[in-house]
Ligand binder design. Structure first.
Ligand code: LLP
Length: 416
């Protein structure tokens, strides 16, 4: 469910007309519905109400401070993967004891900052990382909380670029070796073993891979406890999919029920790291049609947003639904909807059946709240677009459109 709908033929976000908004702020821009964001978070959180749990929102999906603050106010912790995300989280006022830090390549400065901040735990992805975190903790005289990110080798049946829990993926520690790594960790006095963790992939549209991973981690927890390790947290990562087109992912309630059932007698706090399922369908991108043209019997609709603003179609061949902001009776055509970037891969849709779009009109690229702005770049020296949050009949620019000056910040022409 989301709050983007037509009112008298004009697409609105909650009670704000997107047409009017575009006139006021220009295009392109990302647009988020506060009500949808709040609802998604609330539903996800409530689904786990029967067990001790902590929702650590995955900052990478959409890291705007206003969104982080919204979730933090609802009680969320954060899942971070870099020093930059820790910085954002702290700026947004997160309680560091509700932060988990994942990622295969944590730098020493990033580890130091996280230890100093007092995060809940590192999800450790290699034996070398374990040793580094220990030596930094010792140096700083602060014990570091850890879990090992175990690779359970389950197939999430998703796009290969976003599958992470298979043996061949770079993520996590091989399940078979994990017991030995835990034994090693238990001998390192500046580490506090708090739990076990995994994350098997993203845009997963079935419950079974999550349940399989949970079963595997459950067995590991039993073994670790038998060896005297006090396991208090079970971090199941993120990954629940959303509907972009015709996918039918489980409702968060169904997903949670399957997991709660298996985890309720475990005596752990279950951590979830949802990203996409919270923000994906709570955001869209609005763009203007610059030109339409026909070439080689093909229709092109050229819009003012490009792959640098939303890279998912180019990078993953991802489907993003596209619709006109003003709906009216008109014939349908088959067209490629493309951006201005100098790459043939710069498209939002190819061979898409859409109402015939006219020069100057607005389109909405739906389901763009997750991995949209967060993956944007300045390629082709294009300033990054604005982000806007709507609440009821009000809107707020939560990130202003970049200016040309922003493009060259930090650059210098040397005299040599
Ligand atoms: N936790 C960890 C350790 C992760 O690596 C991720 C996502 C998440 C949580 C959140 O997963 P989610 O609930 O959003 O599925 N750029 C790609 C998605 C990459 C996901 C990377 N990891 C896309 O646009 O589809």
């Amino acid at each position: 469910m989301h709050d983007f709908h037509y009112k008298n033929g004009a697409l609105c976000c909650e009670d704000v007309s997107i047409f009017d908004l575009a006139k006021a702020v220009g295009t392109p821009f990302y647009l988020y519905s506060k009500r949808t964001l709040t609802n998604h978070y609330r539903v996800f959180d409530a689904a786990f109400a029967d067990i001790p749990h902590l929702i650590c929102y995955a900052v990478k999906a959409n890291s705007n401070l206003a969104l982080l603050k919204l979730f933090i106010n609802k009680g969320a912790g954060l899942d971070i993967v870099s020093g930059g995300e820790l910085f954002r989280g702290i700026k947004a006022g997160v309680d560091p004891s509700r932060v988990v830090y994942s990622g295969v390549g944590k730098k020493i400065e990033e580890i130091d900052a996280a230890i100093a901040a007092g995060i809940l735990m590192f999800n450790v992805e290699s034996s070398q990382e374990l040793e580094v975190i220990h030596s930094r903790a010792k140096q700083m005289g602060i014990k570091a909380g850890i879990a090992l990110r175990v690779n359970p080798d389950v197939d999430p049946e998703t796009h290969p670029y976003i599958s992470t829990g298979l043996r061949e993926n770079k993520f996590g520690i091989n399940l078979k070796e994990s017991l030995n790594h835990y034994r090693r960790a238990a001998r390192l006095p500046w580490l506090d073993i708090k739990g076990v963790s995994c994350h098997i992939g993203s845009q997963i549209t079935k419950v079974s891979p999550f349940v399989d991973a949970l079963e595997i981690l459950k067995r590991l927890i039993v073994e670790l406890r038998r060896e005297g390790m006090s396991i208090r947290y079970l971090d199941l990562g993120g990954g629940l999919g959303i509907t972009y087109n015709e996918e039918t992912p489980p409702h968060p309630g169904e997903y949670a029920q399957a997991l709660v059932e298996k985890a309720k007698d475990l005596d752990v706090t279950v951590i979830l790291e949802p990203g996409r399922v919270i923000v994906g369908n709570a955001g869209i991108m609005v763009a203007t049609v610059l030109y339409t043209k026909e070439a080689e019997n093909k229709n092109f609709v050229i819009v003012d947003a490009g792959m640098n603003d939303l890279i998912r179609p180019s990078l993953y061949g991802a489907y993003q639904h596209i619709q006109p902001v003003i709906k009216e009776e008109r014939p349908e055509i088959i067209a490629d909807i493309v951006g201005p970037v100098c790459e043939s891969g710069d498209f939002f849709a190819r061979g898409r059946k859409i109402p015939r779009l006219e020069r100057g009109e607005l389109i909405a690229i739906m389901s763009a709240g997750a991995y949209g702005f967060a993956m944007a770049s300045n390629y082709n020296s294009r300033p990054r677009v604005a982000e806007i949050l709507v609440a009821g009949d009000r809107y707020h620019v939560i990130r202003k459109r970049e200016e040309y000056e922003d493009l060259i910040r930090g650059e210098e022409i040397p005299e040599m």
